[in-house]
Ligand binder design. Structure first.
Ligand SMILES: [Zn+2]
Length: 569
């Protein structure tokens, strides 16, 4: 767990943690003074990249107590023009608009944070220590769940056993999924919960129960055997869910995210978000897509778009899927996978069904975002959009293809022609680049993760992370977009570097273009008169520093509606 995140855990769960000292932030005057007394605030002595259409910069910015920007300009002129404003000297630091992740899963992040993070643990002792830490914010009766262990990283590279957990956790059930999700490690309390007696010499279909010399389950269950314990894990408690959502939101703002487009949100999750907004515990702006064209869309269609007066929650978009993922060869391709003859992946539904679903969304007046990874999946979606859009001339448009990962040369210009936004995730390219050419071969790979070709064809991009599939930190996305390298700088020169974006384009994808893709470009996405004062103060000038500094760039402060929602300790 990194230091910042650790601190958040400590703060949020009131646990006693020792966190190493953070360096001084040169913006110490930002916090005091009760809000109601402040009429106007003048941020000065800053390098402000407004991200407006002219990519203009300023050194001072004025906003009022309602969080609206009133003026941007030069330091001296602004200081003399607004002598009565509260002044905050930014110490020459870089300011950019608040970052917006245009494709992520907030609820999924919360669920993953409700479990102990065991990735990169180096021993069983370290696992136990992390579990003890995590246990501090569980209630009685909660299972202790975790994920990410890998015995290959330990001194003794053998599967662990239930007894390794029993001493520390004799009563509370513990269930820990291995890093690849194909094995689970349980303590005796969890094994005892299984509906079946796990001892003996039988094995379940498609799985394996590891047993000791006496025929007792040793604690590790493989694949099909995992279900024996997993099916008895109770649903997450309301208390833990709320605490985990708070943690996820705090993680977002600590990484400079002032907005997120949340993909696939059910009614009950909207209810949870509203509850936390009402509690004043929802610091970011959330633009929600429904979970498909079923029940949630019916409800939305009947009641109209959600536009919460807090300015924190909007819902007027629908998420659909046409195919699966590349890693598991579930993405629908026009021709067979290069490393699996006879397999071209699968469409989740025939093209007529995609058309009728899109038609239903547009008939309700909403925006649609369709997950499409393979070149066939993308073509089916573009075809469906093309044939449906014309029937709804009043629909506001800006429909999106989520991922738009593998395209063909013929389909790339269709995004601009149809005014369809490509919502892409730069870190998917740098996560997949080690193996994806095996799947696609040397020809098709030229049209995969093809950000530059899309921009050159005049298509609009909106950038995101797809967290928790990838990491939350948008600096990693900006870095991947401008280098097409992993954080170690591999491969030298970048992976298919002809597709890199400029730093300006990459930041625009996480700010103004992300806002555009949610119809919010008139209120957020750039720092301009009349827009919301959503901005972040950066430790490093990401437009001028060596690219290798971008991933580690820390957020000194995050401001939303003219208020500090995060400050680096
Ligand atoms: Zn996603």
């Amino acid at each position: 767990m990194n230091r910042k995140f650790m601190l958040l855990v400590c703060v949020l769960f009131f646990t006693a943690c020792k966190v190493e000292e953070a360096p001084e932030v040169a913006t110490g005057q930002a916090s005091p003074e009760p809000e109601q007394l402040i009429e106007q605030t003048l941020i000065h002595n800053a390098r402000i990249y407004t991200m407006d259409h002219g990519f203009s910069t300023a050194s001072a910015m004025l906003f009022d107590s309602s969080g609206k920007i009133h003026n941007l300009g030069d330091n001296d002129a602004m200081l003399s023009a607004f002598p009565d404003a509260r002044r905050i000297d930014m110490g020459g630091k870089t300011i950019i608009p608040g970052l917006i992740d245009s494709h992520a899963h907030l609820y999924g992040l919360a669920i993953s944070l409700s479990q102990a993070q065991l990735r990169s643990t180096n021993s069983k002792e370290e696992v136990i220590r992390k579990l003890r830490e995590h246990e501090q914010h569980l209630s009685d009766g909660d299972w202790l769940l975790g994920r990410g262990w890998d015995q290959n990283d330990w001194p003794v590279k053998e599967f662990p056993g239930r007894e390794d957990l029993d001493a520390a956790f004799p009563d509370r059930p513990v269930w820990l999924r291995r890093i690849d999700g194909h094995a689970g490690w349980a303590n005796s309390a969890a094994l005892a919960m299984a509906d079946q007696d796990l001892s003996g010499d039988w094995q379940p279909q498609g799985g394996h129960i590891h047993r000791d010399a006496e025929g007792q389950a040793s604690g590790v269950l493989i694949d099909g055997a995992m279900e024996l314990v997993e099916s008895t894990v109770p649903e997450i408690s309301e208390e833990l869910l709320v605490a985990s959502l708070d943690l996820a939101l705090q993680q977002m703002v600590s990484l400079g995210l002032t907005g997120v487009h949340d993909m696939g949100v059910s009614r009950s999750v909207v209810q949870l978000y509203r509850q936390r907004i009402g509690d004043g515990a929802f610091p970011t702006r959330l633009y929600a897509f429904t979970d498909g064209a079923g029940e949630t869309l019916d409800w939305l269609c009947e009641n109209g778009a959600v536009e919460d007066e807090s300015g924190r929650l909007y819902m007027r978009a629908v998420k659909l899927y046409i195919d699966g993922a590349m890693g598991s060869r579930g993405a629908a391709l026009l021709a067979d996978y290069s490393d699996d003859a006879g397999n071209a992946g699968l469409l989740f539904m025939p093209s007529e069904d995609m058309e009728s679903r899109i038609d239903k969304v547009l008939a309700c007046g909403f925006q649609v975002g369709v997950h499409a990874i393979g070149d066939r999946g993308n073509r089916v979606v573009l075809d469906a959009l093309e044939s449906v859009i014309m029937h709804y001339p009043d629909n506001p448009g800006r429909h999106r293809v989520e991922h738009a990962q593998t395209l063909t040369r013929e389909d790339i210009p269709r995004f601009a022609e149809l005014d369809v936004i490509a919502a892409m995730q730069p870190t998917h390219a740098t996560s997949d680049m080690y193996w994806v050419e095996d799947r696609l071969g040397p020809e098709r790979v030229l049209y995969a993760y093809a950000w530059r070709k899309l921009i050159d064809s005049k298509a609009k991009l909106a950038l995101g992370s797809d967290f928790p599939v990838e990491e939350v930190n948008p600096m990693l996305g900006i870095y991947a977009a401008v280098t097409r390298q992993d954080v170690k700088g591999w491969p030298p020169g970048g992976w298919y570097p002809q597709e890199v974006l400029s730093r300006e384009e990459a930041v625009r994808g996480f700010t103004l273009d992300a806002a555009y893709s949610a119809f919010m470009e008139n209120s957020v996405g750039s720092l301009e008169d009349g827009k919301r004062a959503d901005f972040v103060v950066l430790e490093t000038n990401i437009f001028e520093a060596p690219v290798s500094d971008i991933p580690g760039t820390r957020i000194l402060q995050t401001w939303i509606d003219g208020e500090v929602v995060y400050s680096l300790p």
